[in-house]
Design a protein around this ligand. Structure first.
Ligand code: MN
Length: 737
């Protein structure tokens, strides 16, 4: 770099810092500006010789994170300082104690929560989970840890382009698995959708680009539609002297993509590409009445769909979201969602709890607020030190569930449950003891089993019995973390008591053949029954699943030499090495179709990848390497929780394997339709079908075909040919399971 370039760089840093101060100004008190300056100088000094992968000086990253905290989350001085220093302890010589000396306990604690667990410790596959857990442990002290972390993650995602491909996939997966739901749970809608869109951009670039293009291409007719739609409403609102803004809000790219995928429809069929948002500017005490008044105006012009009215003003979501939603029929025959809210509600929706504080004051005593309740729940999970980090992340995920339902106790008290919650979840929600003794429930006076899925508005009465005990099966339908934790505790207890019975049996049996229960004999027994833990062994004996007579047989084994167990390679590093050894230095990825004889791999049945799909290899513990599609429903979980077991994989063209794929065909039925479809598949393109099912209902024809293709190109060609058949309206790929 030349002298001049360095000079320009320095100027740019100062400019960025000044911009931060300008945005923070309204929050600043006393000598806040001075302290921020000190934090900036310290961070700049600490990161002095560091550059990001993109080549720019490192300090731009903490500056950007601080900027997000101020501008997009609405946080103040403490968070700005923490953001500026968030990477200092992890990446430089600086210690937490130094931070505390200069900036006090509060900042030190936040930064400690943001500092990852050092790599020195052997945390294995769950390190990411451990980091996450550590971050949440500080949550009970200060929510700002999470908010700064989200800002950090957002900036990392925004600059992910300069990272290598495998890192992009791992970081994106983590983001979609944990951080986007977390942002959603905290009510940070803007950040949540940006994280989701970026995830899509880096994991499914082609589909992302296609949707962006289509959104842009349809812009002009869409704005015309919005103008026509809102014009009568605008006039009426003006006449009644409302202060308001009204606009068409496009749906996020991710949610469009999600809809296309879950409903197997093309872009053109997604009807709710945008929503109309009416934002009123008025005093807080008039809010509710005014919003309903606007609702009444809207529905005077457009017919509402009675099933699609959502009133989150009377009952806000537990992340604080307030708004009135309705879906109405436009004059051109399409459904349009209209969101009615006030400026205050809008700010809370975009900035989440940070905006709440602005309106309510940080230390308001409203402990009933959703966030408090949620933090309480997270704390409950955290207090359970027994659970492994992975288990913890799973349970935590459950507590982040997007949808929630509102149900009532027999006395009319409102309870919020995650969508999909069952009668048993409800029982645990009331009291863990009631959950543990629950045998059934009455929902709206009718008797239902404990796994009955509740719906909003249900009134639930729980039936209990003292003889009831939780069992393993309950875990398959209980989704609240409170319930799951209680069940797991109980199961552990049950297991322990069965195990202690089992241990006595083992001791007795060994005694009969004049052996004692020492670690050597225990090892032999574990070997014989192919078990890893003594607890499991005793438990199986105690439960009668292992015949006590078998135990005596170890006498015969005693003198035989121990055979070394055949072990599967279970970490990707040694595997990468193995592949390299076998294929030459330059290859650091698995070539599917070529390396078959070197390394055993198979195609994952959950997503059935076909040649040409974007894929990765995953080292499973028992079945060698599994090849998954990058957009496999399980991918984000695998990648974020076991990132180190992922290996790069690529298709080679030589492969002659066929792949199973599925196509859904829809259209209007006619004589000979079925014939045309099967003729093209089997004779013209010589594709083998595994199964075909075609249904015809009142002239509409719907077929679902599973077939074997060579690669994505082959599949595309087939799709194009099928689309050209007279009467066929759409052909969409679906995942074969
Ligand atoms: Mn960072």
């Amino acid at each position: 770099m030349t002298e001049l370039e360095l000079e320009l760089e320095k100027k740019e840093i100062i400019r960025t810092y000044r911009k931060l101060l300008r945005h923070a100004k309204p929050f600043l008190k006393d000598d806040d500006a001075k302290i921020i300056k000190r934090a900036f100088n310290m961070s700049q000094e600490a990161h002095k010789n560091m550059r990001r992968r993109s080549g720019e000086p490192y300090i731009f990253h903490p500056l950007a994170v601080a900027q997000i905290c101020v501008e997009e989350i609405g946080l103040g001085t403490t968070s700005i300082i923490s953001a500026l220093l968030h990477d200092v302890v992890e990446d430089t010589e600086m210690e937490i104690e130094d931070i505390e000396r200069h900036f006090g306990k509060k900042v030190a604690k936040i930064i400690d929560g943001l500092t990852k667990i050092s790599d020195v410790f052997e945390y294995g596959s769950s390190q990411q989970a451990e980091n996450f857990r550590k971050m949440l442990l500080t949550l009970s002290d200060d929510v700002r840890v999470i908010l700064v972390k989200l800002a950090d993650r957002l900036h990392n995602m925004r600059t992910l382009g300069s990272m290598p491909r495998h890192k992009q996939i791992r970081v994106s997966s983590e983001t979609i698995y944990l951080y986007a739901p977390l942002a959603h749970r905290l009510g940070l809608y803007a950040i949540k959708s940006e994280l989701e869109d970026l995830y899509l951009k880096y994991t499914q670039s082609a589909q992302y680009a296609e949707i962006v293009n289509k959104i842009n291409a349809s812009k002009a007719p869409r704005s015309r539609f919005v103008r026509n739609f809102i014009s009568p409403i605008q006039k009426e609102l003006n006449k009644r002297r409302f202060k308001f803004t009204i606009k068409g809000r496009p749906k996020s790219i991710y949610s469009i993509w999600n809809k296309m995928n879950t409903q197997a429809i093309p872009f053109e069929k997604v009807y709710d590409l945008f929503a109309i948002r009416i934002i009123l500017d008025l005093d807080q005490e008039m809010e509710k009445a005014a919003c309903w008044q606007v609702y009444s105006i809207v529905t005077d012009y457009y017919q509402p769909n009675p099933d699609r009215l959502r009133d989150w003003i009377s009952t806000p979501k537990s992340n604080g979201y307030e708004s009135l939603h309705t879906t109405v029929m436009s004059k051109t025959g399409t459904w349009v969602e209209v969101q009615i809210r006030t400026k205050r509600m809008d700010e809370i929706a975009e900035k989440g709890y940070a905006a709440h504080w602005k309106y309510k004051g940080l230390d308001s005593s409203s402990s009933e607020s959703g966030l408090e309740a949620w933090i309480g729940k997270v704390r409950e999970i955290l207090d359970h030190e027994n659970s492994s980090a992975i288990e913890f992340v799973n349970d935590f995920k459950h507590s982040l569930f997007n949808k929630e339902i509102f149900v009532f106790t027999p006395k009319g008290e409102l309870k919020k449950l995650p969508g999909g919650g069952t009668a048993l979840d409800f029982a645990f929600e009331i009291h863990s003891e009631i959950g543990a003794r629950c045998i059934g429930a009455k929902v709206n006076q009718k008797l239902v089993p404990i796994n009955y899925k509740l719906k909003t508005g249900d009134q639930v009465e729980i039936l209990t019995s003292n003889k009831q005990r939780p069992n393993e099966g309950w875990l398959s339908f209980v989704i609240t973390s409170k319930g799951r934790t209680r069940i797991k505790d109980e199961l552990k207890e049950q297991k322990k008591s069965a195990a202690s019975e089992g241990k006595e049996i083992v001791q007795r049996k060994l005694k009969q053949i004049k052996l004692t229960l020492n670690s050597e004999n225990l090892d032999k027994l574990l070997d014989k029954f192919n078990l890893n833990s003594a607890l499991d062994f005793y438990y199986l004996v105690g439960k009668g699943k292992i015949d006590p007579k078998e135990i005596k047989k170890i006498k015969a084994l005693s003198d035989k030499p121990k055979k070394s167990a055949l072990k599967t390679v279970s970490d990707s590093e040694s595997l990468q090495r193995k592949i390299k050894e076998a294929t030459g230095e330059k290859r650091d990825q698995l070539l599917i179709g070529e390396d078959m004889d070197i390394v055993q791999y198979s195609l994952a049945p959950c997503c059935n990848p076909i040649s040409g799909d974007d894929v990765f290899g995953f080292v499973s513990t028992h079945e060698g390497i599994k090849i998954h599609r990058v957009n496999c429903p399980n991918a984000s979980e695998l990648l974020s929780k076991h990132g180190h077991r992922v290996i790069k994989a690529k298709w080679t063209s030589q492969s002659e394997v066929s792949f199973l794929a599925g196509l859904k065909i829809k259209g209007t039925d006619r004589v000979g339709m079925m014939n045309d479809v099967t003729r093209i598949i089997s004779s013209e393109l010589r594709v083998n079908m595994r199964s075909v099912s075609i249904e015809s209902d009142n002239g509409i024809f719907e077929g679902s075909i599973q077939l074997y293709v060579q690669d994505t190109k082959h599949l595309l060609k087939l799709t194009k040919r099928l689309e050209n058949i007279e009467g066929v309206e759409e052909v969409v790929r679906f995942d074969v399971h």
